[in-house]
Design a protein around this ligand. Structure first.
Ligand SMILES: Nc1ncnc2c1ncn2[C@@H]1O[C@H](COP(=O)(O)OP(=O)(O)O)[C@@H](O)[C@H]1O
Ligand SMILES: [Mg+2]
Length: 550
């Protein structure tokens, strides 16, 4: 060790690039305490050549300390993850036992090799920690024991009122930090931009604004092209308000259709007058029928675009009579937990969700119990967009955001009860982003004041009335009426004892005009007539008609 500098002499700490005045030699310099993370400071390096010589080993020790701590923390999180504890503890035991056996067999070289590899890994991990945005400031890098910089105050605590439309602060380009512990910083409160809007939305091009991230940037998604969304969070975390961002957005597009399934019977009542399908009771039979209808509509769309287009878009949906459909299931556990049939329907929904991306259909599932029994892994995977509001534990958070996310610091169970509307949003690519959803006020029955969702739906109803797309006024015959012609056509094909019939022959057999029959069948969901192998002209196939009837 070099001699201590004189009191008051200027000292240059090469590791931290800081100039300080040296302390009195008599002053107690606390000993570093590696690994424990207690607040200690390493002795300040002396000035001159000694300081330069000591800076490198000091930086190396700091780096190793940080690396060992980071490795320990990551391992701890990994082992403690709920649902995997026993299996991971067992794995750790076998790895450790195996390592000890191998080292003793090849001692002393095995031990030397393991120590070298461990040291290099610790240095690499330590350097990564130092370089990461959540690591202590460069000042702190002088010592692994110094406490990390306190996290930036959560923006959710900004004084702005959720009632007033708070413009988002200017966006920054740096990624938001991933908190490893403590309160998660989320975006500031803001009011949904849909409040007060009187113009129509075009769902094909306009993005839903979910909320604002901690850096003040809006978090948005254009729904078509994405297969679906999974929203999860405990009761009172803000799921309904989050879902209304999307539902109000879709409602304001007069051509978009809403198929709403509301197990709780109260949440989606606002949209009853504009929804094309509406189920407000946990009735599994009715739910099954709706899933069948979704299946039939998807098959119809597939057949309609077969060989002509790759997907349904904002430009071609009119051509295929395929407006955007939003299927939203609130409190999904009320259906999927209804025994084996509920589980079977969840699996079916998962398979449908995996195909709907190109068909202009979007499936959204919300639940207060994000667990495998409610949303089976296949459904979780296929609903690619995720919105994780406050959850009960890391395991629920992982169910929504994906396995391993909790280990990386993205844990929705770290949101606190007062962080209303705090959520992690995960898109198809990239890491989850913490945000606060845009506020939409829905007063309780006995409460006064504005009802934002009701007001938005009023505007939506007007827009739909003008466009002639309100469910009761769009002039479309009911499903039963539409299917009558399909059943007649099937009877005619059966009577002829064939599997397909040309357009002319079928129209003759049914006593219809050829063009009228074509319009009636395609309106009912049957695809356009196919070319007939071996015969000139086009015709109708029994399989296509039967598919619609199913
Ligand atoms: N983004 C938000 N900003 C402010 N308050 C919110 C926000 N989201 C939800 N809240 C409030 O939190 C409470 C619960 O919200 P709600 O959406 O009904 O929860 P859940 O559907 O999860 O039970 C409501 O009083 C609501 O006003
Ligand atoms: Mg709710």
């Amino acid at each position: 060790m070099t001699a201590a500098p004189e009191e008051g002499a200027e000292v240059i700490d090469f590791a931290s690039r800081r100039r300080t005045t040296s302390v009195a030699p008599s002053e107690d310099v606390p000993e570093p305490e590696l690994i424990t993370g207690k607040k200690r400071t390493l002795p300040t390096l002396p000035s001159g050549v000694g300081g330069v010589v000591l800076a490198a080993p000091k930086a190396c020790v700091c780096c190793v300390g940080r690396g060992i701590k980071a490795g320990g923390d990551t391992w701890g999180e990994w082992v403690r993850e709920k649902g995997h504890r026993f299996e991971r503890a067992k794995k750790t035991f076998w790895w450790a036992a195996g390592g000890i056996v191998v080292c003793s067999l090849f001692a002393p070289y095995g031990i030397m090799a393991v120590a070298t590899v461990g040291l290099i890994a610790a240095v690499v991990a330590g350097r990564k920690v130092a370089a990461s945005p959540t690591s202590p400031s460069p000042d702190a890098s002088a010592s692994p024991m110094e406490e990390p910089r306190p996290p930036a105050p959560p923006l959710s605590e900004a004084p702005a009122s959720p009632m007033g439309a708070t413009p988002p602060p200017p966006a920054s380009t740096a990624p938001p930090p991933v908190p490893q512990s403590g309160r998660v910083a989320v975006g500031p409160p803001s009011t949904s931009p849909l409040v007060g809007r009187t113009t129509a939305v075009d769902v094909w091009t306009e993005a839903v604004r979910w909320g604002i991230d901690p850096l003040g940037a809006p978090v948005e998604t254009v729904l078509p092209g994405n297969p679906g969304l999974l929203t999860g969070g405990v009761s009172g975390s803000g799921k309904s308000v989050a879902s209304h961002q999307m539902l109000c957005h879709v409602a304001l597009d007069p051509h978009a259709r809403m198929w709403l399934i509301d197990g709780k019977m109260v949440e989606l009542v606002h949209y009853q007058g504009i929804a094309h399908e509406y189920l407000d009771e946990p009735d599994l039979e009715a739910f099954t029928e709706l899933v069948n209808e979704l299946d039939a509509e998807m098959q119809r769309r597939k057949r309609a675009i077969a060989g002509k287009a790759v997907k349904i878009t904002g430009k071609n949906w009119r051509l295929y009579d395929a407006p955007f459909i939003m299927v939203h299931i609130d409190e999904a556990q009320l259906y999927t937990l209804q025994g084996k049939e509920g589980q079977r329907l969840a699996q079916r929904l998962a398979l449908l969700a995996s195909q709907c991306r190109a068909l202009g259909i979007f499936v959204s599932v919300a639940t207060q119990r994000p667990e495998d029994s409610v949303v089976p892994p296949l459904l979780c995977n296929n609903l690619v967009l995720k919105l994780a509001l406050r959850s009960e534990d890391a395991s629920q958070s992982n169910t929504i955001l994906g396995n391993g996310m909790a280990g990386r610091g993205f844990r929705s169970d770290r949101f606190t009860a007062d962080q209303k509307g705090a959520a992690y949003y995960r898109g198809e690519v990239g890491d989850p982003i913490a945000l606060t959803t845009g506020f939409l006020r829905i007063p309780d029955e006995d409460e006064g004041g504005p009802d934002h969702v009701r007001d938005i739906v009023k505007v939506a109803t007007e827009l739909r009335r003008e466009a002639g797309t309100l469910p009761d006024e769009d002039g479309r015959p009911s499903r039963e009426e539409r299917l009558e012609v399909v059943s007649d056509a099937l009877e005619a094909i059966d009577a002829a004892g064939v599997d397909r019939m040309s357009r002319v022959r079928l129209a003759e057999a049914m006593g219809w005009d050829g063009d009228e029959l074509r319009t009636a069948l395609t309106t009912a969901g049957v695809c356009s007539p196919h070319p007939m192998d071996g015969v000139s002209g086009r015709g109708w196939y029994r399989a296509d008609l039967e598919a619609v009837m199913r």
